[in-house]
Design a protein around this ligand. Structure first.
Ligand code: HEC
Length: 181
């Protein structure tokens, strides 16, 4: 067999290998693009489904339960939970407004009152001060608590986490309002 012959055979073998592996890779790529379940995943408005679920539950958040948890809640864990809020909110005194208003002194603060923040009409019209109960309901389900407000956050559903978060928000204050009895 001369070199030319050998090269032709080697070339044929390599082409065959390329075809085999190429096909295998191609199939892999095709497979990985297949959805895991058959059919298409239609875009579902999750918030709408959640709201429907909430509406089905008669009373919404039971604040009595949160109140019970609040007395033993951990502000430290609450600070960790607050990480989810820091995309939009600063917690420090004199902190800047971001996508959401600065939250220093939020417990007991009149709603929609932070200087320099452009609140939605829905929140402005709500009126009154932020009590622990109203904060709990708002943070648990912002859409249901203040329909039409512009805080794009699904809400904290875990009751212990919610209580911890309230305990933390309470610390953002020169004069923390007393916990509800
Ligand atoms: C995606 C951004 C975003 C995230 C995340 C977010 N918020 Fe907000 N928040 C807003 C916006 C925007 C407003 C103002 C709503 C309005 O004017 O309707 C707001 C308003 C508030 C208010 C009312 C403030 C006032 O001055 O009346 C509170 C309380 C609050 N957020 C708490 C929280 C907490 C606690 C978390 C985390 C668990 C959180 N937010 C997560 C954007 C966010």
């Amino acid at each position: 067999m001369d070199t030319w012959e050998f090269n032709k055979i080697a070339g044929a073998v390599l082409s065959a290998l390329l075809l085999i592996f190429g096909t295998a890779t191609f199939i892999d790529i095709q497979m990985s693009h297949k959805p895991e379940k058959a059919g298409y995943t239609l875009p579902v408005d999750v918030s709408a489904t959640q709201e429907a679920g909430q509406a089905a539950a008669p009373a919404g958040l039971d604040f009595e339960e949160i109140k019970g948890l609040l007395h033993n809640a951990s502000a430290e864990n609450g600070q960790a939970a607050f990480k989810r809020c820091t995309t939009c909110h600063t917690p420090d005194k004199g902190g800047r407004n971001g996508t959401g208003p600065n939250l220093w002194g939020i417990v007991g603060r009149p709603k929609a009152s932070h200087e320099g923040f452009n609140y939605s009409a829905a929140l402005k019209e709500k009126g009154g001060e932020w009590t622990y109960e109203e904060l709990a309901k708002f943070i648990n389900n912002p859409k249901a608590a203040v329909p039409g407000n512009k805080m794009a956050f699904a809400g904290i559903k875990d009751k212990a986490e919610l209580a911890d978060l309230l305990a933390y928000l309470r610390t953002l204050n020169d004069n923390p309002p007393p916990l509800p009895e």
